[in-house]
Design a protein around this ligand. Structure first.
Ligand SMILES: *[C@@H]1O[C@H](CO)[C@@H](O)[C@H](O)[C@H]1NC(C)=O
Ligand SMILES: *[C@@H]1O[C@H](CO)[C@@H](O)[C@H](O)[C@H]1NC(C)=O
Length: 378
């Protein structure tokens, strides 16, 4: 148990933890970063972002649910709403999602709700819905909620899981398209991408399953241009991680994913997490086994080209997992599962990364080599 701080704070029954000193308020104007411990007593470690992109820990917030202590093996276990007012955290070992309201880097728990069997990722739509990806072998699928955009609260749509195309796909993520009418789920095993259509009432139906352009599609994010960025682990082959892009086109009124860049390799191993800058000029992937962040340039037509195989390395044994960008797209953060810390970089005009630190939060509650999964930033 690596939670001495949390355990001792927990005894006092924390809900509005560690009231921030007033000096923190000015820092909060620069946003915050949140990391999910995924420990048995699951918790969020909160940081305020300083004007120079550096992080200062400001609190620890138990989710009230349980993590699983081993990696989610997914992208998107911790998600902020687009207005940064609410934060959603999965609890895979207690089948719940915890909802917080966000004020600066302070969190207030407002709901903990059943979300199907082993929730591992969550995606919020632009029109008041949310879908969780459940990754248990018994029920692999997506579980839908209506989301009150004023209060942040979730209400189940069907209270049951809508299956993916394969129960043994070991899905990597769930992601709503910008127009909220399409959801995709990556299936690592079998290398496919499922596409669901979403009705105006939020109900989702599995429509199509595509062959992935690369081996073991894992994390995926949409850009505003309707481009989908998918990172591929490439395992079991080493040096086989890559980034593919797809564009959601309408064919006879039906949305259809069209491959653009087909697995542009970065020579790294086990690429699992991906982000794209808000202007969609650059994309970054994190490779777990080779401890590398790779950089890509993105053209207006959605083509992605590798810039650097290793744009940054958090260090040997750091095991980079989730990536997150500041709301202004100027800073990149990465959770280290191995290192139990967060790396931060300033994104330069040419897409290169200038290191701020590889040890934000070290020794401050993020488990070391014990399954930390999920990072969100604004
Ligand atoms: C949803 O399912 C959970 C767990 O089975 C149950 O506790 C809850 O009452 C259900 N809610 C609704 C609205 O059916
Ligand atoms: C996409 O844009 C890039 C950069 O402008 C260009 O090099 C490439 O040929 C374009 N590809 C297609 C298929 O239009």
């Amino acid at each position: 148990m690596k939670f001495s701080t949390l355990a001792s704070v927990g005894l006092t029954g924390l809900s509005t933890v560690l009231a921030a000193p007033s000096s923190v308020d000015s820092r909060n104007a620069n946003g915050a970063v949140f990391a999910l411990t995924n420990a048995v007593n699951n918790a969020i470690i909160a940081f305020s972002r300083n004007a120079d992109g550096t992080l200062t820990k400001t609190g620890e917030y138990p989710t009230g649910g349980h993590g699983q202590g081993v990696d989610f093996d997914s992208q998107g276990g911790l998600q902020l709403s687009a207005d940064n007012k609410f934060l959603y955290a999965v609890n895979p070992a207690s089948d719940e999602v915890t909802v917080y309201s966000v004020s600066g880097s302070s969190l207030k728990k407002i709901q903990c709700i059943y979300a199907g069997d082993q929730p591992l990722a969550i995606s919020l739509s632009s029109n008041g819905f949310a879908y969780v990806m459940d990754g248990s072998v018994a029920t692999t699928g997506i579980f839908g909620f209506k989301r009150n955009e004023m209060t942040g609260m979730l209400t189940p749509i069907t209270n049951s899981t809508i299956a993916t195309s394969t129960p043994i796909g070991v899905p990597g993520t769930v992601a709503f398209s910008p127009d909220a009418r399409t959801i995709i789920v990556t299936n690592k095993v079998g290398s496919t991408i499922d596409q669901y259509s979403v009705a105006a009432n939020g109900e989702a139906v599995l429509e199509t399953t595509y062959a992935s352009s690369g081996l073991r599609p894992f994390g995926a994010v949409w850009g505003k241009s309707n481009t989908l960025y998918v990172v591929e682990s490439g395992l079991p082959a080493f040096g086989n991680a890559g980034l593919s892009t797809y564009r959601l086109d309408k064919v006879d009124e039906n949305p259809l994913l069209k491959p653009i860049t087909k697995s542009e390799k970065n020579q790294q191993t086990d690429g699992c997490w991906v982000v794209v800058t808000p202007d969609e000029k650059y994309a970054y992937t994190a490779s777990f086994i080779t401890n590398a962040i790779s950089s890509y340039k993105v053209a207006a037509n959605g083509t992605a080209t590798l810039i650097q195989e290793v744009a940054a390395s958090p260090g040997e044994g750091t095991e980079p997992v989730d990536l997150a960008l500041s709301a202004d797209g100027q800073y990149l953060y990465n959770l280290q599962r191995g290192g139990g810390a967060i790396s931060g970089w300033k994104i330069q005009a040419d897409g290169s990364l200038k290191t701020l630190s590889n040890s934000f939060g070290a020794g401050q509650g993020i488990p070391v080599a014990d399954g930390a999964s999920g990072l969100a930033a604004y």
